[in-house]
Structure formats: structure tokens, C-alpha cells
Write a protein that binds this ligand. Sequence first.
Ligand code: GH3
Ligand code: MG
Ligand code: MG
Ligand code: MG
Length: 324
Amino acid sequence: RARLMASRHGFGDPLAAATAETGQNGHVLIVDDRASSYERLSAALSQYHRVEVEADPHQAMMRAAESEYDVVLISLGLQGFDGLRLCSQLRSLERTRHVAVVLIADMDDRGRVLRGLDIGAHDFLVRPVDRNELVARVRTQVRRKRFAERLRDGVQLSMDAAITDGLTGLHNRRYLDMHLANLFEDAVRRGADLALLLLDIDRFKSVNDRYGHDVGDEVLREFATRIRTLTRGVDLVARYGGEEIVVVVPDASLDEARMVAERIRERVGSSPFAYANRTRNLDVTVSIGVAARQLGDGSAGELVKRADIALYRAKEAGRNRVIA
Ligand code: GH3
Ligand code: MG
Ligand code: MG
Ligand code: MG
């Protein structure tokens, strides 16, 4: 694609080649109310970018919030409006704060240019604007913005990966440890209920032994899916250990949590788990220990301990049951 664009603009034009090299054309909004000025800017830039012009700064703000511009060029010579105000508005709104702002200033506007850079403008040009310099600086901003976007996406991805269990897609133990404490403190502050379910698949070792580790993994994924369908967005579902899952249910009493647990136990045990592309299936059951916050609990750890004891008793009592 870069090569196509380079040939369209001619290999002899180094600016065109460099712009094509970014692989992205960029979307530019020029905010300027003097036709003689914006026509020149637009003519120079539209060879390389998708360019729009807006003379009204209020409209410009609305358009910037609605469209994905890479660069907003703001003339500081607008009639009755300080372009710097638009600059700081763009910076303060979530939808627009990543757009690159380039100021176009008159020779005697040095003071405002400095203030503009202070409040977040990325670059500036002084009139009379040199065409090549304009194109080069806008291209640099498009590139910089794309680079920052890739960086942000990467950071987001690795943050997601750090709190997600790779096999089941549930939250991992680290996330549970971080947020269970928050949920507990929040419940104490509000004087609200808080319940915790500890789920453990029955005789899971024998699933691995009989059918292999891969089938065990498939069962774990299906187990997680069934639990997810029975919990709400506010519930915290996390893989606690190998075949153990914790469900934290805010605002639930012991009785309410017992009913949630009973529904999960039923959903797991009532129909067999498919594996090997749904050509085979096997029966799975789960034991669940339930605990709820009591007056005098000092930390969420005490809920986990009581749920663990209840789970142990459920196993002792013959498995495939809920004990609260
Ligand atoms: P019970 O809980 O009913 O007492 O019996 P169990 O056989 O489930 O008990 P145990 O906790 O001793 O065994 C859990 C097994 O889960 C052991 C381990 O091999 C298996 N396991 C843990 N993590 C994974 C995993 O990610 N994939 C697979 N396939 N197996 C796992
Ligand atoms: Mg276990
Ligand atoms: Mg066990
Ligand atoms: Mg088990």
C-alpha cells in the first residue's frame, strides 16, 4: 500500500514518499477563519492528508469530539476568539485529548505560542508558513500520534494479560487478591453484605488421568463458561487455583449466596461436558463452600478461610454439594 501511494505521488517527491512510508494518510482539521490563509494550508496538506476546514472554533470543538482527527491546526488569528482556548478545550476532553495540536501564529505572537506549548500544543508554525515545513511538521505529528496509539494499545494489552487467566479467560489470582480487599472494605464502609463462593471440581485428577490433560483443560474452560453465565457483571469471578474458582458476590447474604451456589452446582452437574469437538462428553460435578461477611471479620481472608472449611466439609460429605 505504501508503494502504491508513493507511485501515485511520484517517486521523485521525497515528501510524498516519506508520508506514504507512514502507511497512514492522517486526518487533519484546519481551524482558521481567513480564506486566504486556510486555502493555502489546505492546498499544501490535502496532497498528503484528508483535510477539512472549520472557521467556527465552537463547531471545530464539536467536530473534533465526533471525528477521529490526527492533527488540529489552530490559527491564533481568529476573529473574536482565542485559539489557545480551543487548544486547552481539546486537551481537557477525553475524546480529543490525544489529538495533535499545531498552532499557526503571526510573527508578533511569540508570547501566546509559548503559552500554547505550555497548555499542550505539540508544535507551531510562524507566518508566512513555508509549504514544505508545514507538510513536514504535520507529517511528524501524524506519525507521533500513531506511534503513541500503538504504545497505548500495547500497554492496555499487557495490563489485561497481567490480570487474566490464560486458560479460562477469568480474572487471575493476582487480580482477586487486589480486588477482594477493596470489595471487603467497601462492604464494611457501607455496612453491606458480601459473600464468597469457593468452587472445586470433584475428582478432577481422575479426569486428567483417564482422558488426558488436554481434556482436563477443555473441562476447565467449559466450567468457567458455565459459571460466567450464572454470575453478574458486579460479581468477581477468578481462577483461584488449578481447578478452583472463587466467586465474590457483593450485597449477598449467606442465604442468597447459597442459592447462587446451588444454581451453579446444578448447572455443572445437570448436563455432561462435551470434549473432542463435541464428539464425546463426560460428567462433571462440583463442590462449593460458601461464606458471608460477619460482624467482627477483620479482613476478606476470614471469608476465604470459612469458605475453604465449608468446601472441605462438602467434600467429606460426599461431594457434588453446597455447604454454607
Ligand atoms: P477432589 O477435589 O474431589 O478432592 O479431587 P481432585 O482430584 O479434584 O483433587 P485435587 O485438588 O487433589 O486435584 C486437582 C487436580 O487438578 C490436580 C491437577 O493435576 C489438576 N489441575 C490443576 N490445574 C490444572 C490445569 O490447568 N489443567 C488440567 N488439565 N489439570 C489441572
Ligand atoms: Mg482442588
Ligand atoms: Mg481438592
Ligand atoms: Mg478438586
